[in-house]
Design a protein around this ligand. Sequence first.
Ligand code: NAP
Length: 362
Amino acid sequence: MKKLRVGVLGATGMVGQRFISLLDGHPFFEVVVVAASPASAGKRYRQAVAKRWYMESPIPTRVGNLAVMAMENDFDRIVKEVDLVFSALDMDKEKIKQIEIRFAKAGIPVASNNSAHRWTVDVPMVMPEINQEHLKLIDVQRKNRGWTTGLIGVKPNCSIQSYVSILTALKRFEPTKVHVTSLQAISGAGKTFETWPEMADNLIPFIGGEELKSEREPMKIWGKMVDGKIKNARKPVIAATCIRVPATDGHMASVSVTFKRKPSRKQIVSAIESFNPLKNLRLPSSPKRFIKYLSDESRPQTRVDRNFEDGMGITMGRLREGKQFDWHFIALSHNTVRGAAGGAILMAELLYKKGYVESLAK
Ligand code: NAP
């Protein structure tokens, strides 16, 4: 099979590096373009990330030799060389919006990790296991904008991955009220302990914009397509508190939930363990087991469990009955894999399977 040629925008950053490392040897996609800011442009990729390669595996040799392109100046060249781009830029949101539109308008599908277009009415915000039917919004988007091969699809925020997946698995019990406190790793801010030494022995009770995203984004994901638009869900009502904690990778969430029909412990564990709607599609990045319940009271732990199913799975533990809420539990997901690059790659695999992306090579 001929692989699609992909570009990674923001390839030198924390999420960009995760894209490069996850796409190494990918069966559908091959990285042919790496783009970043003018500070990195013109350098070989390996040189541009020399003192800041954060991944566990080495820089893939072929990508290491690519020259980093400048987003603005090399735009026309990038468009000619790729079939699809992944966006991992960190810059002004309005600028990102315009850049992503510019690619889509030029015929290039954009699978974005960025928040810029999450609330654009005709842009689907997709977690493939949960709302793959929202990809139909791309037909509306293309019609609205006169795009034929171009499109924009986004993935939601890293903070919501674990609890939204679990609550979806428990949907038939009708969750009505949720309180979540997320404990978010420093790579979520594109940082390490070297670049953010203040985080050693420290917690910071504020992450700009994160609580609103944690409360609102699930409502679009759980929304229904009605007359070519997404009608947001109203339930469950979510209240979120987001805290930065001294962990390198892995966002943990402490979740309290009340249901219309309170399930038993057995029903909860059975529902989450059997929930894997993508199983039959066999997408390369799709986990074999999506959500796993850990009965050991000290799990999940960030260092021990974040790489479950290569970072694409969700772990859950400490399920206990409450007095003010029906149930409490802890959930964990890998923020730069499931919550960022891996989630966007999984969405792109689904777009490919559904025929929304194709080879544009002449
Ligand atoms: P990062 O480490 O700061 O990387 C930012 C990237 O954007 C770098 O490649 C940088 O290039 C590039 N860039 C910055 N200014 C640019 C410009 N003017 N033109 C072209 N490229 C430019 O940030 P990150 O943590 O990877 O996050 C990237 C995006 O993903 C952000 O929007 C973030 O909110 C989102 N996100 C992150 C996570 C996570 O867990 N980290 C999870 C979900 C979503 P240079 O290296 O050349 O400066």
